[in-house]
Design a protein around this ligand. Sequence first.
Ligand code: G1P
Length: 271
Amino acid sequence: MIRQAIIPLAGLGTRLLPLTSVFAKELLPMNGKPNIEYILDECIDAGIKEIIFIISNKKKMIKRYFYSDNFYKNIISKKKDKRIKHIYKKILKYKKMIKFVYQNKPLGTGDAVLKTKKYIKDKYFLMLLPDDLIIKKNCSKAMIKVHNTYNSSVMASMNVKKNTVSRWGIYKFGKKINTNNRIISDVLEKPSKKKAPSNSAVIGRYILPKKIFSIISKTKPGVGGEIHITDAIRQLIYRNEKFIAHKFLGKYLDCGSMDGYINSSKEISKL
Ligand code: G1P
């Protein structure tokens, strides 16, 4: 059973400047609701019971968003506004599920994952990257189903244009299990077009084994000088850990860049 999820939120969000000079990108509204709430709702609907946020001192605003009890209590006692009451209830529900850990130096996704080590209880956990929204079909839920069937690690995959491979983690595939699931035989972080083994990209949903922590602590910085989770996953694959790429059925929305954010807001408002 997958009960815990982790969400790296310490990223600076430079691709969304100037908004991110004063604001956490994960709180930017999409059709009136912060981006992060779509991710939380995906987790809750997939049966996740506890979520660990990896934030930084610069991103404390995210914690404040979920911890404004006195503010809400004050408003609600003065104003009988049904909408605010409803929102506060929802925020309280989220707050009860969330734990915070800190990553104050931007050393990469692998390093962010490592910060959650002492909180992970089960053999496997889910990780979601908040820049990647997947709408219309719950990707985490589908991946948990694959995990339960094959008792393996699972990662989301999507075909991308050949000339964009250097922006993503790229899969090399082994055996095909069925239409939407394949064994991963290797994965490369942001390869050149020449070195890319396919045009199938890693999208930010991962079911990872707890044993990845010991691998990350030995993983050296890779592309861009960061410690990548992709590089630790690679090491696990080489040690015969079973990883399945799940080609998800939902619609992918990129929320990490300005063009992507504008487009995602439009798409979400159509739902
Ligand atoms: C991260 C991962 C990359 C993956 C991407 C999906 O990259 O390192 O493997 O393809 O997310 O969005 P980032 O977006 O942090 O550069």
